[in-house]
Design a protein around this ligand. Structure first.
Ligand SMILES: *Cc1c(COP(=O)(O)O)cnc(C)c1O
Length: 391
């Protein structure tokens, strides 16, 4: 293959894997249960913050994930915000987060008055590298009375938010070990990872505090929505309280004992979520089959490879990910151009958080791997329904 043919060759390979365009990046897939539940919301008038589907959705997610407690909220970002508050993150703290990630994670840290501190990723699983994390902490921190302090900024570093990138569960046990050495609370950003497990354990349940998203482009959706996964009853109670305007329970009085948030998931969104939970296993199954399709057509092309699930991880393959060899990185823009023009919706990885305008001055480690990877990645059409099309 000639180097400058690569973008068109990729278009042809995608066509071989999923058939004729168009194909969106990720479309939701719904069934009768979602419609029935929505109809029941309208008929009973329970469309808002009161209604039976919210509790049912929480129960279903708890059971599916094996999480002791689940609290449904209006978005993954809201879930991250509340998780950080429950973790005890305070204004002026620094919170470690990977440089290659979605802006919501850094923003949630900012909502707490804290400062994101960017660290590098693992070259294979694209999650936080536990080795780079430990090296960086060793170099830039001192212990002061049980607190890890950034010796450059003088600020306490109190938490770390590993992300399970594109649905692949990263090296969470190793990250937890580093965190415990440095007295950091861990919040798992499992926004992309519902249906993904490592050694049989569901993403977002390793640290005792984790977050899911049900935005429209995620593996399953509630329109908009998120969930906190928690291991402790007191933390779950605090989450419920904070997300419902911190109102003290009473039949008619409005007594709020702190500044709370209107973050509770509406019943109408949970109604969709209950239907989606019944389809989750089959959706993950279809997405895994889609990965096999892409793997079959892309194998043997030396210019790039497909991102596979890490060892020990059974991934939901939220977004299928093509990784260009470093020598081919310069072709990424042409590849995005050719595929999108052909009607196959592809997209690059996020611009590094450490390069985003609000965070250009934020503290950071050497993030060379994240920088390189962000230029090599192209996400491919990943809807579960794509494997059901006739080729
Ligand atoms: C989608 C996503 C979020 C935010 O979730 P919303 O429900 O869109 O607010 C946070 N982190 C990651 C990694 C995500 O992919």
């Amino acid at each position: 293959m000639q180097v400058n043919d690569l973008p068109l060759q990729v278009v042809e390979l995608i066509r071989q894997a999923i058939g004729e365009p168009p194909a969106a990046l990720h479309e939701p897939s719904f069934g009768e249960a979602e419609l029935d539940n929505l109809r029941s919301c309208i008929e009973t008038t329970f469309v808002s913050s009161v209604g039976p589907f919210v509790t049912e959705f929480e129960d279903r997610v708890e059971e599916y994930c094996g999480a002791p407690f689940a609290v449904a909220v209006s978005s993954g970002t809201a879930a991250l915000h509340v998780a950080l508050l429950i973790a005890g993150v305070k204004p002026g703290d620094e919170v470690l987060v990977q440089a290659l990630g979605f802006i919501a994670t850094a923003n949630a840290i900012s909502y707490c008055g804290a400062i994101p501190h960017f660290v590098d990723i693992d070259v294979d699983d694209l999650g936080i590298s536990p080795v780079a994390l430990r090296d960086h902490l060793e170099r830039v921190t001192v212990h002061r009375g049980g607190v890890t302090v950034n010796r450059v900024t003088g600020r306490p570093i109190t938490a770390v938010v590993p992300m399970h990138t594109f649905g692949h569960v990263g090296q969470i046990d190793e990250i937890l070990a580093v965190a415990s050495e440095y007295n950091l609370v861990v919040i798992e950003d499992a926004a992309e990872a519902i249906g993904s497990r490592r050694n049989g354990q569901h993403a977002g349940t390793f640290a005792g505090l984790g977050v899911l998203s049900f935005n429209g482009n995620k593996t399953i959706t509630t329109g908009g929505g998120g969930m906190l996964l928690l291991s402790e009853a007191t933390a779950a109670q605090r989450a419920r309280h904070l997300t419902t305007t911190a109102r003290v329970a009473h039949r008619w009085h409005f007594d709020h004992d702190q500044v709370g948030f209107n973050y509770r998931m509406p019943n109408i969104n949970a109604a969709i979520g209950c239907g989606q939970m019944q389809r989750l296993d089959s959706i993950v199954d279809l997405k895994r089959r889609l990965h096999e399709r892409y793997a079959a057509v892309f194998s043997g092309v030396p210019e790039f490879h497909l991102l596979h699930e890490p060892e020990g991880c059974r991934s939901n393959y939220w977004l299928q990910t093509l990784i260009l060899q470093e020598s081919q990185m310069h072709l990424r823009e042409q590849l995005l151009e050719a595929t999108n023009t052909a009607g196959f919706h592809t997209r690059p990885a996020w611009k590094l958080l450490s390069d985003q305008t609000p965070y250009v001055a934020a503290p950071r480690a050497d993030v060379a791997v994240a920088r390189r990877k962000s230029q090599q990645i192209v996400n491919l059409p990943s809807s579960p329904t794509l494997v059901q099309r006739t080729l």
